[in-house]
Write a protein that binds this ligand. Structure first.
Ligand code: MN
Length: 262
């Protein structure tokens, strides 16, 4: 099939819902939690929306608002420059990344049972190897999506799962991310939790291994995803285009997946 015919086929199959567009995005609202850092560090701002006018005296025919937020608020994209290991990655901020990098195949690893049993579940390279033995090898340049079931906790305290010693949410150890980058050439790593790292990700060597290793190798992060249960293990196409913020370290975005239904 020619490339032009492929595109024509794609839009007609989306129109007929033979290819479904699945929304992997949480709603941006002031209530959506943001990452909380140890108190010696500066904190990030949650989403804010100030209405300018709403068909009223301030603007009788139009509704609009000013919005503000941290670059890492809600469902969002992490660019290489987000982490010190990625500060010298060429074209590593959201405004300079190649747009073709935003579209890629998804590999969805279901670890919902393990994470339900243990909120501090640590994903290792061996877990991924064992998962591949039952499901198949992760194709190169995949968006590797870590399905934890955490999206079902949005709107409850169990989402951030904060205790006195910080957040208790699942995440990868260094071996898992090294495997995905070096052995599987992943495009990025996507999660349902607020960070690509575990809530207790500071305990690893290096600390915050997902951020450290992904971004140091020019790979991306996606956080606060939902609807991963609506994706097949392989075969979906994820489109994750961050806002084009000058020098931006990341951005909120609408993440969608194309899924064949017929
Ligand atoms: Mn982030």
């Amino acid at each position: 099939m020619s490339s032009a015919a492929t595109l024509e086929n794609l839009v007609s199959q989306i129109a007929s819902n033979a290819i479904e567009v699945v929304d992997l995005t949480n709603t941006l609202s002031p209530d959506f939690p943001v990452l909380t850092l140890p108190e010696e560090f500066a904190q990030c701002a949650p989403f804010k929306r100030d209405v300018i006018s709403h068909y009223d005296d301030k603007g009788p025919m139009w509704s609009w608002a000013n919005i503000s937020m941290n670059e890492h608020t809600g469902t969002h994209f992490d660019a290489p420059v987000h982490w010190v290991t990625g500060k010298d990655v060429p074209d590593g901020s959201v405004d300079t990344l190649p747009a073709s990098d935003f579209v890629g195949p998804a590999a969805v690893m279901d670890f919902t049972a393990e994470c339900a049993a243990d909120p501090d579940f640590v994903l290792t390279a061996q877990h991924i190897r064992d998962w591949e033995a039952g499901n198949g090898q992760i194709p190169p340049q995949s968006w590797v999506l870590f399905h934890t079931g955490w999206a079902a906790r949005v709107g409850t305290d169990a989402y951030t799962n904060m205790r006195e010693d910080g957040a208790h949410t699942p995440g990868p150890d260094p071996s898992a991310i090294e495997f995905l980058v070096n052995e599987r050439d992943c495009r990025g790593f996507g999660v349902e939790t607020i960070g690509t790292d575990a809530g207790q990700g500071h305990v690893f060597d290096p600390p915050y291994p997902a951020h450290n290793i992904l971004h140091g190798n020019g790979r991306y992060g996606l956080q606060c995803l939902r609807n991963l249960d609506k994706l097949p293990t392989f075969g979906a196409v994820v489109v994750a285009s961050p806002l084009k913020i000058e020098d931006g370290s990341g951005s909120p975005l609408r993440v969608i997946a194309l899924v064949a239904r017929s």
